[in-house]
Write a protein that binds this ligand. Structure first.
Ligand code: CP3
Length: 358
């Protein structure tokens, strides 16, 4: 059923991604719906677990909207996880308390790898598509909704390691010893990500972001072959217009500062930056090609309000005048952050960015 949709009341985020003029610099926060919010923890208790939240469209809609009720954010992001794809592939996602995500059946042998198949988004990941549709309804045109996915390499890290890792020994052994096996996984993942993101766009996502959280753990040359090539393939196959508007694509490789020109060259609209690079330097390197998103150190939010405000001022001034900047942290917000400090950051971005858009 197709329900009529309200016109977008605040398109600042979408305009900045297209480097069109805006009145101020838009802002949203990676992991803005999460454990630093008491209301999130309350809903999570009702749902029983994180997966109980993410797999129920009513709960997912509720928590997606929570940060928008508190802060003047310019975008909403679908509440879900990057690991829904490998879960739908049958690897058995679960969360062990305090240990992060894990898989019951990590990809370790050639037979299992050969059997890997691409999930059908509207069937195997129906709960995500239902959440996208429901969130769009609930947003009622307030701000745009961002859909997202993990990158093929980042997903493969969890699929092969079976969970979080500090040295990526298992997947890197595969990379150096049996690159054919890893390329097979990555090719399937790239198809899965393409179909998943296109289904999110068809369901109502107005921009999409690909999280390449672990691409930065690769050598320069391996990054090209095992992460960037697959990102390029995905970006070239994404739906770029829907509901009469451009659907911008943001690519975020954590630790990718050294390879900015290459990332900006794959056809995406925007590049996400972690906090290790100066955004003004990044703009000089790629700013005529893509918009930039970032990049305050998330730990800066543990400092007093004046320090947060001066960091916001520093990042805004380093980017300089004109459009093409979406303000964000350089990575996800810590669960130990005081929500009041988030308000300081969001309000500072709106106030202090005005002179850069006149
Ligand atoms: O930004 C948002 O508000 C949208 C929601 C979102 C979540 N995960 C919710 C979540 C997004 C975009 C993600 C992406 C994600 N998930 C990434 C890539 C982003 C990045 O950080 O670079 C990765 C690597 C994952 C895998 C994952 N899922 C991890 C490492 C964890 C944390 C585990 C822990 O215990 O610390 C999760 C769980 C998760 N995903 C939480 C949230 C809010 C916390 C779950 C809880 O309530 O316990």
């Amino acid at each position: 059923m197709k329900l009529p949709r309200s016109p977008l009341k605040n398109d600042t985020f979408l305009r900045a991604l297209q480097r069109l003029p805006t009145d101020y610099t838009p802002v949203w926060i990676m992991r803005q719906a999460g454990r630093y919010l008491p209301e999130y923890n309350q809903t999570r208790r009702r749902a029983g677990s994180f997966l109980g939240l993410a797999k129920n469209p009513d709960f997912a809609t509720e928590v997606t909207l929570q940060p928008l009720e508190r802060f003047n954010l310019d975008a909403a992001i679908l509440f879900s996880d990057i690991l829904t794809i490998p879960d739908a592939m049958g690897l058995g996602l679960y969360f062990a308390d305090g240990e992060g995500p894990k898989f019951e059946r990590p990809l370790r042998d050639e037979k299992a790898i050969a059997k890997l198949t691409v999930p059908e988004p509207e069937e195997d990941l129906r709960y995500v598509m239902d959440a996208v549709r429901q969130i769009r309804q609930a947003l009622d045109g307030r701000v745009p909704l961002i859909g997202f996915s993990g990158s093929p390499y980042t997903l493969a890290c969890y699929m092969v390691e079976g969970g979080a890792s500090t040295d990526f020994r298992t997947i890197k052994t595969m990379l150096w010893e049996r690159p054919d096996l890893l390329h097979h996984i990555l090719a399937i993942n790239a198809q899965a990500v393409t179909q998943y993101l296109n289904a999110q766009i068809a369901a109502g996502a107005q921009a999409v972001m690909i999280f390449d959280t672990w691409g930065g753990s690769l050598s320069a040359e391996a990054y090209q072959r095992f992460s960037l090539d697959y990102l390029r393939r995905i970006v070239s196959q994404l739906t770029r217009e829907n509901e009469g508007r451009t659907v911008p694509v943001i690519v975020f490789t954590k630790g990718g500062g050294l390879w900015l020109e290459d990332i900006a060259d794959i056809g995406c609209d925007a590049v996400g930056l972690d906090w290790t690079i100066d955004i003004g330097v990044a703009r000089n390197r790629v700013g005529s090609k893509v918009a930039l998103q970032g990049n305050v150190d998330p730990m800066c939010l543990f400092a007093p309000p004046e320090v947060i405000q001066s960091q916001v001022a520093q990042v805004l001034s380093s980017y300089g005048k004109g459009s093409g900047h979406v303000f964000n942290l350089g990575h996800g917000i810590s669960q130990f952050t005081d929500p009041d400090r988030v308000r300081v950051l969001v309000d500072a971005v709106h106030q202090l960015s005005l002179p850069y858009h006149r």
